[in-house]
Ligand binder design. Structure first.
Ligand SMILES: [Fe+2]
Ligand SMILES: [Fe+2]
Length: 163
């Protein structure tokens, strides 16, 4: 948006907040790319009867993460930003448990971030974005649950009240 001399302090603050939201959504998008890559690779690397079930789940996750990436990129564009083309780093391991642990940790970070993003979107009156983020959060929680179940551990607690 071009700077106008008549622009009020309030609208300058809003512009700044939108810029911050775009920057943070690009971090979310980079995490979605990371998740697509990780689930694509891990689902093919996991071998052995005990991992067959979760390998199938991971393939489904990969498709859902792609849907999330498309939604986030679309929203960044709508807000006037440029969607990033760079994923966050994907860690690799020979050990199935370690791969699942990487995924689980990433999902937990992702959920924390999206909860923060819901608050930012609502503070700016972007309620439709907040709704879309909530739908994504509920899928990320399912991913987290699938991974924790496969690892035989409790679902990690995510700080903050629900979204
Ligand atoms: Fe996602
Ligand atoms: Fe996920």
């Amino acid at each position: 948006m071009p700077e106008a001399k008549t622009q009020s302090q309030d609208s300058k603050q809003t512009d700044k907040a939108i810029e911050g939201l775009i920057k943070d959504l690009n971090e979310d998008l980079a995490r979605e790319y990371q998740a697509i890559i990780a689930y694509t690779v891990y689902s093919n690397v996991l071998k052995g009867a005990q991992w067959m079930n979760i390998a199938g789940e991971l393939k489904k996750h990969a498709g859902e993460e792609l849907q999330h990436a498309l939604i986030i990129a679309d929203q960044i564009d709508y807000l006037g930003g440029m969607p990033t083309a760079t994923p966050k780093e994907v860690k690799l391991s020979e050990k199935p448990e370690e791969m699942l642990r990487f995924d689980l940790d990433n999902e937990t970070v992702t959920i924390k971030n999206y909860r923060e993003r819901v608050k930012q979107a609502e503070a700016l009156g972007h309620y439709a974005l907040a709704e879309q983020l909530r739908t994504i959060i509920s899928q990320e929680q399912e991913h987290q649950h699938d991974l924790a179940t496969a690892l035989g551990i409790d679902v990690p607690k995510v700080l903050g009240q629900g979204a």
